[in-house]
Design a protein around this ligand. Structure first.
Ligand SMILES: [Zn+2]
Length: 290
């Protein structure tokens, strides 16, 4: 999406630029033609909660750290906030040296449609490639290990913050054949997009809140509710997300025209996922830094 926004703007502006340079109707037509044929060539796949979603999860987590965990996190991240490092694992996908390419499979884990808990566990535990589940465990282990260098801790903590967010975006634990909804075309308020992106970005952006406003609005659970939401294991959380993805697939057929009603159907689910992601990230960090 980051690579996408700038070229899109430029191409959208092309007709206006041409019109300024010359009044030639021919040129205007050429520019419009270019827009029409070039737009579909830009990749419309994305692989994570958008920037705001990750920041909300990280910001909620930072508000629920124990004093020990807060101290440890500050020692690793320095003056950077958890919210502001949360998107780095997506930003590095644009690194031209390709040194982080091996991490691109860490952001998701796909499952067969409508998996029961048993099928889900069987599938997850038979995967051997680097994936969201395996790498989350590895990062936690790394953070707990006193021998880990500060640089490696920075890398591990930044990725853990990001991946607990991804884990709560239901389409990051969706189905393989449609690449977590990336291959399901829909429109969002008449603009062509895909189902994955609706959940990464469009639904969140529709609320028109900054990540701090969003955090403030969501972070209102009682102590009892917080304990309840923080309970369970990483596999429990991923299964819950996976079940929500099945509900999403059922209610969002390909080529659906999504707008106000979709927001009405799913806003509560999405907000709960953001809150759970934040509270559970805090629980994990509080457990690591006891
Ligand atoms: Zn991601």
């Amino acid at each position: 999406m980051y690579k996408l926004s700038i070229p899109l703007l430029q191409f959208k502006n092309l007709p206006h630029l041409y019109a300024r340079l010359t009044n030639s109707a021919m040129l205007k037509k050429t520019a419009l033609f270019l827009v029409v044929i070039l737009l579909p060539l830009f990749p419309l796949t994305t692989f994570a909660w958008g920037v705001t979603g990750h920041r909300i999860v990280a910001e909620i987590a930072s508000r629920h750290l124990t004093p020990q965990a807060r101290k440890a996190v500050t020692a690793i991240l320095g003056r950077q906030s958890m919210a502001m490092v949360a998107n780095w694992p997506d930003f590095i996908k644009s690194d031209t040296t390709h040194k982080y390419d091996h991490t691109s499979s860490w952001h998701y884990l796909d499952f067969p449609p409508n998996s029961t808990r048993q099928q889900f566990d069987d599938h997850m535990h038979t995967q051997t490639d680097e994936n969201l589940y395996i790498e989350t465990q590895a990062l936690i282990k790394k953070l707990k290990d006193p021998a880990t260098s500060k640089t490696d801790k920075q890398f591990a903590l930044t990725f853990l913050i990001h991946m607990i967010g991804d884990m709560h975006q239901p389409l990051h634990v969706g189905h393989a054949d449609d690449q977590g909804g990336n291959k399901i075309s829909v429109t969002w308020f008449d603009k062509p997009t895909n189902l994955h992106r609706v959940w990464d970005e469009h639904l969140i952006e529709f609320q028109q809140l900054s990540y701090t406003e969003y955090t403030q609005a969501l972070d209102t659970a009682s102590v009892t509710e917080i304990r309840q939401l923080q309970s369970g294991t990483i596999s429990d959380w991923m299964f819950e997300s996976n079940q929500l993805s099945d509900k999403i697939y059922k209610l969002t057929k390909p080529d659906s025209k999504l707008s106000y009603r979709y927001n009405y159907w799913f806003l509560k689910d999405m907000n709960e996922q953001l809150l759970k992601g934040g509270l559970r990230l805090a629980a994990l960090l509080n457990g690591i830094y006891k």
